[in-house]
Design a protein around this ligand. Structure first.
Ligand SMILES: *[C@@H]1O[C@H](CO)[C@@H](O)[C@H](O)[C@H]1NC(C)=O
Ligand SMILES: *[C@@H]1O[C@H](CO)[C@@H](O)[C@H](O)[C@H]1NC(C)=O
Ligand SMILES: *[C@@H]1O[C@H](CO)[C@@H](O)[C@H](O)[C@H]1NC(C)=O
Length: 474
């Protein structure tokens, strides 16, 4: 409709324009008679046609322009969007950078702390070395005295003093060795922290680069795509390491690790955790308890015994939860190593299974071997007890309270390796009962100098099948 109307209007308009050239009276008087008038009409038609064409091309032009303008708007939109996305990215990167900066500050503080510890340990070592040489001198003096006197004149007190000093020097020598080990471990940790900080610093520079690029956004629109900075993914390697964690120290030994120390493990079905691995024998054993100097109080609550306490490089209890997840893997051997004050070292081994928290960590033991009397087999089926949770068989007294420390008490008798650490034999029997005990048949029990309890899987399948007694574990 519209298309057909436009030519009509144009014709009329053309007619009007032409009419201006001729006197209007003439047109009205004789519209169709003279030739010249016909010729004029033809001219008008021609003109109208031309105008029509002009109009059409004008229309086309307008439409084309409209399209182009739309195009430009679209491009502007795209530009707007990309700009917005890039600014979001920029702010994200900035946030991440802030976080990294914070982490770096924390790590640097850690680093300082570790350095402080190292220095402290070194100075401690120095003072111990000094003390040692002082003691050595003293002993030498006493030995001199001893030589100068005839045997009959030396009092038994002096002999005892000399022997005592010898013992002190021996233990000092041991602690020096342990301190040296601790220093080595500290410096290892320090190096680890340093490399971590370096990675973070690299990441920071990479971020600064990205920041720089953001500031040059207009250039990027004209330039070629920038080269991507390489990925730094410490988090992904961390998770890879978690995947590859050994289920216990035995597996770590099988993988070639031969140095005793603190390692991360991940028993089947458990979260990863740190343990002390004893690699000194021809296998790896996961240490669950150690006593050696009385530096840690073992008279703790149920909750503390569940979660573990102490220091891996001194005395500690790994914790019932963790011991349970270790024992859950099956075929466990419990190895108990004891040493008395006459340096007599003995051991005993049991097939071992430990129930979970619902059964109060009931212990199941079957005697395997060793040169200690078996004081633990009849603890089988006993629940764990602490001073605040008495599950012992005893009718009218709380063993954990009477004896100090948490243990699988069976009528408060026989064995308790979590008792009080006595450097000297207590005078009273009631007091002695609170000590670290292992009943030695008729000779009675006495407080021990060193204990270590560890677990490992049964060495070979043949042993496992021959000594496996399912009924014991039910
Ligand atoms: C881990 O425990 C689950 C469930 O008890 C068991 O099916 C799986 O075989 C165990 N994996 C290993 C490697 O022992
Ligand atoms: C575990 O110990 C608590 C507290 O001594 C006791 O109430 C509960 O009955 C024990 N659980 C089992 C299964 O004996
Ligand atoms: C556990 O065994 C030891 C050594 O055989 C024995 O002296 C003690 O009486 C036994 N205790 C119980 C409760 O059976």
């Amino acid at each position: 409709m519209r298309a057909t109307l436009i030519p009509v209007v144009l014709v009329l308009a053309a007619a009007c324009i032409c009419a201006k050239e001729e006197p209007p009276a003439l047109q009205l008087e004789v519209p169709t008679e003279t030739r010249s008038r016909f010729a004029a009409l033809d001219d008008v038609r021609l003109l109208a046609n031309g105008l029509l064409q002009l109009g059409q091309s004008l229309r086309e032009f307008v439409q084309k322009t409209k399209g182009q303008i739309n195009d430009i708007f679209q491009k502007l939109n795209i530009f707007d969007r990309s700009f917005y996305q890039l600014s979001v990215l920029a702010s994200e990167i900035k946030e991440e950078e802030e976080e990294l900066k914070k982490t770096t500050v924390v790590l640097k503080a850690n680093n300082e702390e570790i350095r402080g510890l190292s220095e402290e340990i070194s100075s401690k070592m120095d003072s111990i070395l000094q003390e040692k040489s002082r003691l050595q001198e003293k002993v030498e003096g006493l030995e001199e005295k001893l030589r100068s006197l005839s045997h009959g004149l030396v009092t038994s007190e002096q002999v005892a003093e000399i022997n005592g000093l010898r013992g002190v020097i021996h233990s000092q020598e041991q602690s020096i060795g342990e301190l040296l080990k601790a220093v080595r471990e500290q410096s290892d940790q320090l190096n680890h922290q340093r490399s971590k900080i370096k990675i973070l610093e690299e990441k920071l520079t990479a971020n600064a680069l990205a920041q720089d690029t953001m500031e040059r956004i207009p250039e990027i629109f004209n330039a070629e795509a920038p080269t991507l900075t390489p990925y730094l993914t410490p988090s992904s390697t961390d998770s890879a390491r978690t995947m590859n964690l050994p289920p216990d120290c035995s597996e770590l030994f099988n993988r070639g690790e031969r140095v005793s120390g603190v390692y991360a493990i991940k028993p089947n079905g458990s979260e990863p955790f740190m343990v002390f691995c004893d690699m000194s024998k021809d296998h790896g054993a996961t240490v669950i308890q150690r006593r050696r100097d009385g530096s840690v109080n073992f008279d703790q609550t149920w909750e503390t015994y569940e979660n573990g306490f102490g220091d891996f490089h001194g005395e500690f209890w790994l914790g019932l939860r963790k011991i349970h997840s270790l024992a859950c893997q099956g075929n466990s051997v419990l190895h108990i190593q004891l040493e008395d004050w006459k340096q007599d070292k003995r051991f005993i081994e049991y097939r071992f299974h430990l129930d979970g928290p619902r059964n109060n960590y009931t212990i199941h033991l079957t005697h395997l071997s060793g040169n200690l009397p078996d004081s633990m087999s009849n603890h089988t089926g006993m629940m764990f007890s602490t001073k605040d949770r008495d599950n012992s068989n005893h009718q009218d007294s709380n063993c954990a309270h009477q004896q100090a420390g948490g243990w699988w008490f069976n009528t408060c008798g026989d064995a308790n390796l979590n008792g009080r650490y006595f450097h000297m034999r207590p005078k009273w029997r009631s007091e002695r009962r609170r000590g670290i005990q292992w009943k030695l048949g008729r000779k009675g029990s006495y407080s021990l100098k060193f204990t270590q309890i560890s677990v490992r899987p049964v060495a070979s399948p043949s042993i496992a099948s021959s000594s496996f007694e399912p009924s014991v574990f039910l």
